[in-house]
Every structure is written in C-alpha cells, then in structure tokens.
Design a protein around this ligand. Structure first.
Ligand SMILES: [Zn+2]
Length: 427
C-alpha cells in the first residue's frame, strides 16, 4: 500500500510531503507526487505514533467494561500505535498463556500494537514471583512487569524481581503505594480531605516506596519504572536518584497534569483515582518534572469501569478514569499551550521514551526515510467539548466530560495502514 501525506508538519516544523510505502516512510520532500492515494494534511502536525506504558484493557475478565478491540479503537483514536496492557485482568496475566492470549487478541484487532505487561507476582498476591522468564520468552515478548493496582511492598521480593528483570533486559513498573500507610484512605492528606470527612491518602505512602525502590534498583543495578507519579516529593526523589545514576524512569498521567483534588469537592466518583488527584502545587511540580525530563513519559492509566462501579457513593466506587482518547489533548492543554514542551519534546515523552522503556524496537522512531510509518497527524487548532457518549471506549468514566480541550487527532497510521482516517477508526 502506498499513501502520500501532503503538507504535513513533522514536529510542528516546516510543511513537507511524506510518502509511505509498504509500511515504511519511503520519501520526505517538497512537492512529491504519486499515482496512489493522497491525503491533504495541510496544517496538521505529524508526530511518531504515541506509545502508552500503562493501559487497562480489562480482557480477559471484564469484557463488559472494555475489550482488547474497544480499547484498541480508543487508543488509535487517541493517536497511539502501541499500548502496554496491564496485568490485573481476570485471570491475572502472570503466565505465558495469558500474556500470549492478550497479545493474540491485539494482533486480531490490528489497530495498535498491544504489548502485554506481565505480573510480578502470582495472582498479584505479592508473595511469590510469577514466571517472568517464561513470559519474556513467550510470543508476547514481555519486558515490562507490574503488579499495578497493587504495590510490590515486600522489599526482599522486590529485590528478587529486580534481579530477574535485569537478566531479561526488562523493567519492574512499580505502583508505589506502601499498603500500611493509606489504610481506609480515599483522598490525599491535609485540610481538604479533613473537611470532606475522608481519610487521608498521604503523599508519604507513595514517596516511601519510591525512596526504597530507587535504592534497591541502584543496589541491584536493574531498571525501575515508577507508575503514575503524583506528588512533588516523588519528583524530587526521582530527580535525586537520576543524579546518582540510578536506572529509574517515571511516568505521569494526563489527569494528574490537569486536575486537582478540588475536583473531588462534589463527591463525584468519576474523580476517584489511585493515586488520588492532589494539590495545585503537586500539579505544578509534575508539569515541571515532565518539562525538564525528570519524568520520562506520559502514560494514561486508562481505567474503564462499569457505570454501577462509579455511579455510587465515593467510598464504594472503584478508582480509575478513562484516558486514551484525550491524553494528547490534555498534554497540549497543560504542556504545549503553556510553553512547557515543544512538539519534539511531546514526541519524546509520549513516543520515544516510552518505546525505549518498553524495549519496543519498531515504535518511537524518528520521522525519517526508512523508518516504520507509525504516525499520528493532529490538528493543533481544533477545540472540542468532550462528550463521553461519543467515546470508542466501552466505559463512560471520563473525567473530562463537558470540558473543552485543544487539538484533535485526525489520522493515525500503524505501519503505513490507516487505523484512523478523518477522526474515524477504520476497524
Ligand atoms: Zn496503579
């Protein structure tokens, strides 16, 4: 298949024509012509296809809330060409069999590369290491291991996990939450949670685990990735660890870049998430950390939930919110329109670095001749109000409902094939 993208702006720079042939970028130049299909991309910014390190696709187990197919549609519409599917499914992705099942479902959907994450411990139980080597050697080629949703809280087990992943060229992605600190917690600690009558979910529960784990990673000489960093103190700890040469990387979610604990004032459980939305000072520190590269990546923590698990009282609701379809718009709103990131840096934080962390060879590549044609084309001048009913996800728990956000994904290409054309998913 051959396709010519006319007048697109790589990384927001000067307009060029991009010829895509047989899955790769065949030519870049001015006034290219072809007898094949042409797409008028005048004014559109083109970036490498986005890579998400943290997606919950809910299959197997909760296909009523999301499937690999519906999650893949949401991802493609968000400009993603690869997503890491978290392991907390039912059954848990803790064997070669389950990760291969998810990987096959992703291939069948054919819209994005679905990259399974393997559980660190059997059944996410936190007691016995899962078959990390078997998952790494499987067809799914797992390199990212995580008990996300739960913290690997036993330090001896965490050290052994780091030793194993080091040998596999893998990484442990830690959900940093000391389980004995936020008992019964619903909200961050401090005045606001006291006023709302909810127990505190203190920053120290996150920071204590990050401090411990960067020291363990340094001791073992292994790679550590910190999921959904949410506090100013966490950013400081990671900055310190990087300055020591620790092999630590970190991600921040779109919702932690935009929303604060003020959103929880109305007890709308849409805004219940783990880690919780925090203060405006935390949000500012997260943006600064992403801007200076202390935080490597934006990862969605896309977490679909059924209506009955959200339209209930705060304490009974499940934590988590949708993210795939609005992630890029939120980053444009919080980081590009504010002057904190250039388009090249957006490509770095949403494609290049997450692909490196996940060891995905064909993703996060530069827009250059001979490279795989994994691309997203977006209209930076578009603005739209988010309508949850219009989302491709099977669930409706978007924290951005009714909010006007900038930028629209117009086209997405996976290895030269259009997964999204004119804002419409192709499968
Ligand atoms: Zn988590």
């Amino acid at each position: 298949m051959t396709l010519l993208l006319k007048g697109a702006r790589p990384y927001g720079e000067d307009a060029v024509d991009i010829l895509v042939k047989d899955g790769v970028i065949a030519a870049i130049g001015e006034s290219l012509s072809t007898t094949a299909d042409t797409i008028d991309a005048t004014g559109l910014v083109v970036l490498p296809g986005l890579v998400d390190l943290h997606t919950h696709l809910r299959e197997p187990g909760r296909e009523d809330t999301e499937t690999v197919l519906t999650g893949s549609r949401a991802a493609a519409l968000g400009g993603f060409t690869a997503v890491h599917a978290m392991a907390n499914t039912d059954p848990v992705a803790d064997t070669a069999g389950v990760v291969e099942q998810v990987w096959r479902l992703g291939n069948d959907a054919g819209l994005v590369d679905v990259v399974p994450v393997g559980a660190v411990t059997v059944g996410l139980g936190g007691e016995q290491l899962a078959e990390l080597g078997a998952m790494a050697d499987s067809a799914a080629r797992v390199r990212v291991f995580s008990d996300d949703g739960k913290c690997v809280s036993d330090p001896a087990l965490m050290r052994r996990a780091l030793e194993y992943v080091k040998a596999l060229d893998g990484v442990v992605a830690q959900h940093a939450e000391e389980p004995r600190l936020p008992v019964g917690a619903q909200m961050p600690g401090g005045a606001r949670s006291a006023r709302l009558g909810l127990t505190g979910w203190p920053a120290v529960a996150e920071e204590a685990i990050i401090a411990r784990d960067v020291l363990l990673a340094e001791h073992v000489g292994a790679r550590l990735h910190v999921c959904h960093v949410s506090t100013a103190g966490s950013v400081e700890l990671i900055r310190w660890a990087k300055s020591r040469g620790v092999q630590v990387t970190a991600e921040v979610t779109p919702h932690h870049l935009l929303l604060t604990d003020a959103q929880a004032e109305g007890y709308d459980a849409t805004f219940k998430v783990n880690p919780p939305l925090r203060t405006a000072e935390d949000v500012a520190a997260l943006r600064a950390g992403l801007a200076d590269g202390t935080i490597d990546a934006v990862a969605t923590d896309h977490a679909p939930h059924a209506g009955e698990d959200k339209e209930c009282e705060w304490s009974a609701a499940r934590p988590g919110m949708l993210g795939l379809e609005q992630a890029l718009s939120v980053v444009v709103d919080t980081m590009v329109d504010t002057g904190l990131l250039t388009w090249r840096e957006v490509a770095d934080r949403m494609s290049v670095r997450p692909a490196q962390i996940g060891r995905l060879a064909g993703q996060g590549r530069p827009i250059a001749v001979g490279e795989p044609a994994n691309l997203v084309l977006l209209d930076p001048s578009a603005r739209a109000v988010v309508d949850p009913a219009a989302l491709a996800s099977k669930s409706r728990n978007s924290p951005y409902a009714g909010r006007e956000l900038p930028a629209r994904v117009v086209h997405t290409l996976l290895r030269g094939e259009l997964s999204v054309l004119d804002g419409k998913v192709q499968k």
